[in-house]
Design a binder for this molecule. Structure first.
Ligand code: ADP
Ligand code: ADP
Ligand code: ZN
Length: 216
C-alpha cells in the first residue's frame, strides 16, 4: 500500500503514521524526521535544511524531492510506504506522480487529517518528543507517565525548536499558501480520503483503518 498523509502541522500525522506503519507493516517516511536526523549528524543536507526549518519555511523542492526519491528507491519500500510530510507543494506532488508513473506504480490514496486551525496552535505548542527513540507526546492530550521522561525508553523529552508560537504561526501560513492546494490536487485525481482529526488519537486511528481496510 502506498499512502500519503495530508493535513496541517499538528494535525496528528506523525502520531497516526506510527500506528499505521505498525498495523500495515509499511515503512513510515517522514521528511521532517529525515531532515532532523541530518541536522543532528551535521551533514551537508542537514546544514542546508536547518536554515529553512528554523524560520518555519520549507526546504527547497529540489533538495527535498531528491532526498525522497532516494529513500523510495530503497529495498524496504518495494512493498509500499507511508509518506508523512511529503508532498508539501504542488511541484513536489507532481514530481511524485511522475516518479510513480515511471515505475508503473500508483498511490492507493492520500489521507487528509482534517483539523480546524483553532485546534492547531495548542497541539503544536504542547508537543514534546523523545530525541532518542522518536516517540511523541503532548503535555495535555498525550502526556508521559513520568513527567519529562519518555515512556518507551526513559530518555528526556524535549520541545522542537520550531514548535514555539512565532515559528508555528509562520508554518501555518506556509501550510495555507503552499500545502493546502494539494487537497484539490488529490481530490481532482480521485485520490483523497478524509478523516476528522479532532477526535481522540485512538478514534482517529480507527477511522483511518476503516478507510484503508476498504483499499486493501
Ligand atoms: P503532525 O505530525 O501532523 O505535525 P503530531 O502527530 O506530531 O502532528 O501531533 C501534534 C501534537 O498533537 C502532538 O503533541 C500529539 O501528541 C498531539 N495529538 C496528535 N493527535 C491528537 C489528537 N487526535 N487529539 C489530541 N492531540 C493530538
Ligand atoms: P510537522 O510535523 O509539524 O508537520 P515536519 O516534521 O513534517 O513538521 O516538518 C518540519 C519542517 O521540515 C518543516 O517546517 C519544513 O521546514 C521541513 N520539511 C519537512 N517536509 C518538507 C517538505 N516535504 N518540503 C519542504 N520542507 C519540508
Ligand atoms: Zn524514547
Amino acid at each position: 500500500m502506498k499512502i500519503i498523509l495530508l493535513g496541517p502541522p499538528g494535525a496528528g500525522k506523525g502520531t497516526q503514521a506510527k500506528s499505521i506503519s505498525n498495523r500495515y507493516s509499511i515503512p513510515h517516511i517522514s521528511t521532517g524526521d529525515i531532515f532532523r536526523m541530518n541536522i543532528s549528524q551535521n551533514t551537508p543536507l542537514g546544514i542546508e535544511a536547518k536554515e529553512h526549518m528554523d524560520k518555519g519555511h520549507l526546504v527547497p523542492d529540489e533538495v527535498t524531492i531528491n532526498m525522497v526519491k532516494d529513500r523510495l528507491a530503497q529495498e524496504d519500500c518495494m512493498g509500499g510506504y507511508l509518506l508523512d510530510g511529503f508532498p508539501r507543494t504542488v511541484f513536489q506532488a507532481e514530481s511524485l506522480q511522475n516518479f510513480l508513473t515511471e515505475r508503473n506504480e500508483k498511490l492507493d490514496t492520500s489521507l487528509l487529517i482534517e483539523v480546524p486551525m483553532e485546534f492547531i496552535l495548542e497541539r503544536m505548542i504542547g508537543r514534546r518528543g523523545c530525541q532518542s527513540c522518536g516517540a511523541s507526546y503532548h503535555i495535555k492530550f498525550n502526556p508521559t507517565k513520568v513527567e519529562g521522561k519518555c515512556d518507551v525508553c526513559g530518555s528526556d523529552i524535549v520541545q522542537r525548536k520550531d514548535d514555539v508560537e512565532e515559528t508555528v504561526r509562520e508554518r501555518l501560513d506556509v501550510y495555507e499558501r503552499q500545502t493546502q492546494p494539494l487537497i484539490d490536487f488529490y481530490k481532482e485525481r480521485n485520490l483523497l480520503s478524509t478523516v476528522d482529526g479532532t477526535e481522540a488519537i485512538n478514534e482517529v486511528f480507527e477511522s483511518i483503518c476503516t478507510i484503508l481496510g476498504s483499499k486493501k
